[in-house]
Design a protein around this ligand. Structure first.
Ligand code: MG
Ligand code: FE
Length: 169
């Protein structure tokens, strides 16, 4: 077995753990986004995409004759990183969440770009194609978050200002 193949398998497993962590992080944010329906709707959509991405990665591992029964155990790997991103909230959870999501999407983008090169160098075109599919969803999400960031920030600041006005009355 070539080293490259071992790396490809390892990185597919890491990506699967990353997607499970993404699902946990996004669901955690959703519970705090009642006042931001547009953001909430896009994150809900991405939760569904994320589940599909994890399923695609399992299919890739199976096509490489890898055991997927142990995948659940890998979930803890990125836990620390994601917890530090989702962090301690101080009333600005929507902004902390926006930071965490935008950062996380770029980690996902980098992961799939790496996986595509590794898969292509082994001639694993189906794995490369699947990773390209996941990559496109991550890029679309990152782009949406980028475009939405000014509006989210303005909405947060307006809500914050009106809350403190109400408190003074
Ligand atoms: Mg993802
Ligand atoms: Fe994502």
């Amino acid at each position: 077995m070539s080293d490259t193949r071992e790396w490809l398998v390892q990185w597919l497993r890491d990506a699967h753990a990353m997607e499970e962590q993404a699902e946990t992080m996004l669901n955690g944010q959703l519970s705090r986004l009642e006042s931001y329906p547009g953001l909430s709707k896009r994150i809900s959509l991405h939760v569904d995409e994320t589940k599909g991405q994890a399923a695609r990665l399992r299919t890739c591992l199976e096509s490489l004759d890898e055991d997927t029964s142990t995948l659940k155990d890998a979930g803890g790997k990125l836990m620390a990183a994601a917890q530090s991103l989702s962090g301690v909230f101080a009333g600005d959870e929507v902004m902390k969440g926006s930071l965490a999501s935008y950062t996380f999407e770029h980690m996902e983008i980098a992961s799939y770009r790496i996986l595509i090169v590794a898969a292509e160098s082994l001639g694993e075109t189906e794995v490369a194609r699947v990773c390209e599919q996941n990559l496109q969803e991550e890029e679309a999400m990152a782009e949406w978050l980028k475009n939405n960031l000014p509006a989210t920030t303005q909405q947060f600041l307006a809500r914050s200002a009106s809350d403190s006005d109400n408190a003074k009355r």
